[in-house]
Design a protein around this ligand. Structure first.
Ligand SMILES: NC(=O)c1ccc[n+]([C@@H]2O[C@H](COP(=O)([O-])OP(=O)(O)OC[C@H]3O[C@@H](n4cnc5c(N)ncnc54)[C@H](OP(=O)(O)O)[C@@H]3O)[C@@H](O)[C@H]2O)c1
Length: 297
């Protein structure tokens, strides 16, 4: 494994992390604790120390699996990033709730689910600018940082060209930007990354496999089960993406190199990226993704 500094948090994160939206049950598979344990144990064996979760991957469900695991392992071995801003109701249904009073309750619910007394990176979860621009929210969060419940604040921007929230990071003491970045979507290179560089923000590249499409295992015309969030993407847009993936595989991926590993290493070629956080469904995927670090300079 290789490690990078997560911007001015000074945390030393593995360049490959583990995304855990999957544990919430919206990716065509329900997880049990044993499966989650196996994924996280494999991650640690491979040198991974970063896990990304959220309040609404299930109703704190993904956090609960991670918390149960952490309660039987060494919490301090891991950097846990989670998020706030939504109430989960049922699969694919949540509401935005970003007011300070409610977010404080969400924080306590996350700490309880994670069975921990601190969160390493607490991220504003892809909300609109009008709820981001709320001094009360950031003042409340700052108090939680002072109280030691949160080590660092971050912002997971919804649109990957959200310069407003990125530029405002230093004003609200947010030190990490989480953003969609992958070989099919390079938009953050234009405005968001330069702003991150100016402010010395850590960068977590999410959806680095373009929802799994950049693994190369899906062909144009691939269909997804109704319980898989990819079923909700526009079918024609998915077909176009998968055609582009075929072209990239032919023209850019060296022979004999696993395409998912190549796609993760592609993100990390950009030195502004601290870590990629591919979502994982099995220990085999974690091990393969971890090996992408070998392709990184
Ligand atoms: N707004 C936000 O803050 C936000 C939004 C989205 C995601 N996220 C975070 O970012 C993480 C990553 O994004 P994502 O999960 O949406 O997309 P992703 O990482 O691009 O794709 C994940 C999918 O890729 C497939 N995969 C993973 N490793 C593989 C391998 N080695 N070989 C082949 N296939 C592999 C798996 O699905 P299959 O095996 O079924 O194909 C997996 O479910 C999430 O888990 C979450 O933590 C945050």
């Amino acid at each position: 494994m290789k490690y990078r500094r997560l911007g001015k948090t000074e945390l030393n994160v593995s360049v490959i992390g583990i995304g855990t939206w999957q544990f919430g049950g919206e990716w065509g598979m329900q997880f049990n604790q044993g499966e989650v344990d196996a994924i996280l144990d494999k991650g640690q064996e491979c040198g991974i120390n970063l896990v990304d979760t959220a309040e609404c991957y299930g109703d704190h469900l993904s956090e609960s699996f991670i918390g149960d695991y952490m309660s039987r392992r060494k919490r301090e071995d891991w950097i846990i990033a989670t998020k706030f801003g939504h109430h989960f109701h049922e699969r694919f249904t949540r509401t935005d709730v970003f007011d300070a009073e409610d977010v404080l309750k969400q924080l306590d619910a996350s700490l309880k689910a994670l069975k921990t007394d601190y969160i390493d990176v607490y991220q504003f979860h892809s909300g609109p600018d009008k709820v981001f621009d709320n001094d009360q929210l950031w003042t409340m969060l700052d108090k939680q940082v002072q109280a030691g419940k949160i080590r660092h604040l971050g912002t997971s921007i919804g649109s990957n060209d959200n310069l407003h929230q990125t530029d405002a990071s230093s004003l609200v003491n947010s030190k990490v930007i989480q953003v969609v970045y992958n070989r099919l979507d390079r938009v953050p290179e234009e405005r968001v990354f330069p702003s991150c560089e100016r402010q010395d923000l850590g960068v977590l590249a999410r959806v680095p496999l373009a929802s799994g499409f950049l693994s190369g295992k899906y062909k144009p015309g691939a269909q997804f089960d109704a319980t898989d969030v990819r079923h909700r993407q526009d079918a024609e847009a998915v077909r176009r993406k998968l055609e582009e993936v075929e072209r990239i595989r032919r023209e850019e991926v060296p022979a004999g190199v696993d395409m998912a590993q190549w796609a993760l290493a592609w993100c990390l070629k950009n030195p502004i990226v601290s870590s990629v956080i591919p979502g994982c469904k099995s220990p085999e995927q974690v091990a393969s993704n971890a090996s992408a670090a070998d392709l990184v300079e």
